[in-house]
Design a protein around this ligand. Structure first.
Ligand code: GLU
Length: 426
């Protein structure tokens, strides 16, 4: 079963492999080793029935494991109608490279269920998700030691909580059952800061880029992030948080937001949080606070701007539109938004690209913290916080005794504050 659309004559999987080939060439790696790196270790396909409104419906899902060199293999599960085996294999490979780049000790994996979540009620989604989780667990593709899913497109905390609970019921004797999946609600073993982590990572990575004067200059920029014009595609979890943090904390101007049904444009900067609320209330960004709307979302990618952040789907920048891109820098927040061919064209044009495997690694980094938290059975900061606070207090007393002067209030506050889980994740 395959519904995958090819772009530029290449599947997503081939596009990812070609990028690796290029890296392999630059690194002068043995081609046999390169082949071993590229190969997907295993793929599971399951088809299962669920009774929906009195009728039996069949669902098909996959879980690909790209690398088992470091265990568990890690990566999200997406619920979408774009999902097929080819896509999860490509995404699993990207997970391996992503974890290696940020030195998170996981292999790469990815899962997907062919479904449009909007077609089902909450209760139906719960039954479908639990059944899929059971299939994965029974076949060894869901386990705290070997394969740990997380949220991705179309899934979130809610689905992760159902998956964790299903695994627990199947394995009540596994003391680490809660570590079988990350991205859970905090009340169910999740970690503070995970939901916004990928968006936060986009912000941190862009800040980092602007700390390198040579890169900034060669991309044709002056100054820092402040005032830069940004076009963002996708107001989902990643795109929303990235746009919100960048506009609220770095003075970036979000001049356009592209969604599945079109684009809104405002050269003075769009209020991201308000636009997000509007989208959640109405199902669309259309009609938001008088901003002009155009149903031709793809054209939004070609707007004049400093930074383009594709944060939705793969292969949105391809051979057909790469030449029209006017941004100076593309920050890949989605997985694989720029095809292999487009990458070549953009490089020739001198457009800088910050690749997905680096840009969107914030999610899996904080998933790693969550997994450790689950294995240690204690939240970060819980043991040492009071000790740190007492030590801070001692330092304040010592300073006051030595100088015969009171330590200013704000320094005192900083010194006697012990870090909590959220501080440590940030
Ligand atoms: N789905 C996310 C990604 O593509 C998160 C994976 C994880 O946390 O394991 O990176």
């Amino acid at each position: 079963m395959s519904n995958h659309t090819e772009r530029d004559g290449l599947s997503f999987r081939q596009s990812v492999d070609h990028m690796v080939d290029r890296a392999v060439q630059i690194m002068n790696l043995d081609p046999a080793v390169a082949n071993a790196i590229k190969a997907c270790a295993s793929v599971l396909q399951v088809t299962f029935p669920v009774e929906i409104r009195g009728k039996i419906e069949m669902f098909t899902g996959w879980r690909a494991v790209h690398s088992i060199h470091r265990l568990p293999s890690k990566g999200g599960i997406r619920f979408a109608t774009s999902v097929d085996q080819m896509e999860v294999e490509a995404l699993a490979a990207l997970m391996t490279y992503k974890c290696a780049i940020v030195d998170v000790p996981f292999g790469g994996s990815k899962g997907g269920l062919f479904i449009n979540p909007n077609d089902y009620s909450r209760d139906e989604m719960q039954r479908i998700t639990r059944r899929f989780a059971r299939e994965l667990a029974e076949k060894g593709f869901l386990n705290p030691a070997t394969n740990v899913p997380a949220p991705d497109m179309g899934t979130g905390q809610r689905e992760m909580a159902w998956i964790a609970d299903t695994y627990k019921h199947l394995n009540p004797g596994d003391i680490n059952h809660i570590a079988c999946v990350t991205g859970k609600p905090v009340a169910h073993g999740g970690i503070r800061g995970r939901t916004e982590a990928t968006g936060r990572g986009i912000q941190y990575a862009l800040r980092e880029f602007f700390r390198h004067p040579d890169e900034v200059k060669s991309a044709g920029f002056k100054g820092d992030l402040a005032g830069k014009k940004v076009v963002i595609q996708g107001l989902g979890n990643v795109g929303y948080h990235a746009a919100k943090f960048l506009s609220e904390e770095d003075d970036v101007k979000i001049i356009a937001i592209i969604e599945h049904d079109g684009v809104i444009i405002n050269e003075d900067g769009i209020q991201v949080q308000q636009a997000y609320f509007h989208k959640n209330d109405t199902g669309s960004i259309k009609g938001f606070a008088g901003t002009p709307f155009s149903p031709d979302g793809a054209k939004g990618l070609e707007l004049e701007c400093d930074i383009l952040i594709p944060a939705a789907l793969e292969a949105v920048i391809h051979e057909g539109n790469a030449n029209n891109i006017k941004a100076k820098l593309i920050a890949e927040a989605a997985n694989g938004p720029v095809t292999f061919e487009a990458d070549r064209i953009l490089q020739k044009k001198g457009i800088a690209i910050l690749p997905d495997a680096f840009m969107n690694a914030g999610g899996v980094i904080v998933s790693y913290f969550e997994w450790i938290r689950n294995l240690t059975h204690i939240r970060f900061g819980r043991l040492e916080r009071r000790f740190d606070e007492a030590r801070g207090q001692h330092i304040v007393h010592a300073l006051e005794a030595m100088s015969n002067n009171p330590v200013p209030d704000w320094i005192q506050k900083e010194l006697v504050r012990g870090a909590d889980e959220f501080d440590l994740v940030r």
